[in-house]
Design a binder for this molecule. Sequence first.
Ligand SMILES: CC(C)(COP(=O)(O)OP(=O)(O)OC[C@H]1O[C@@H](n2cnc3c(N)ncnc32)[C@H](O)[C@@H]1OP(=O)(O)O)[C@@H](O)C(=O)NCCC(=O)NCCS
Length: 149
Amino acid sequence: MLEMTSARANQSRIFFSTQREIDLYELEELCDAVGWARRPLRKVKKALENSFLLVSMWEVKGNKKRLIGFARATSDHAFNATIWDVVVNPKFQNKGLGKALMKYTIKKLRNSDISNITLFADPQVVEFYRQLGFMQDPEGIKGMFWYPD
Ligand SMILES: CC(C)(COP(=O)(O)OP(=O)(O)OC[C@H]1O[C@@H](n2cnc3c(N)ncnc32)[C@H](O)[C@@H]1OP(=O)(O)O)[C@@H](O)C(=O)NCCC(=O)NCCS
């Protein structure tokens, strides 16, 4: 179900939603548009099913709607959530919609009483997240990664 009007762009309306039914092909198209490497759809489906929160952003024109942004969060449902796959269609970037998408995602997590929200920022978007209040290495804490050889 579509939930909230955030902005208007060229006579169309932009909505945010937490509906869990996301068309995997439409999401893949959105990720393709920003040049992300393709991931197996069956794994994306599983990742979405096992996420705590799915946030989608839609452009609605007449009776047509189009997925123009997405973010999801995994969580322990009590203390922590981690935000993944934040993306805005390039045609809709630099209009404040990425910021609105993130604020909406944070609000939903806060409504679930989650207090510790983390994410992994690609180097070119650190500033985008910093403007939203995310801190790098708070109190010297370092994110650490393990990858298979
Ligand atoms: C990162 C992304 C979600 C930002 O969405 P957007 O709609 O363009 O961002 P906004 O227009 O809401 O920008 C909000 C603010 O962040 C700034 N900003 C946006 N992208 C930025 C970037 N890459 N580097 C630094 N600042 C950035 C904007 O200038 C704006 O600042 P202002 O409020 O002072 O004007 C979008 O560029 C995107 O989808 N990129 C490709 C996918 C990606 O890299 N995702 C993040 C993976 S960790």
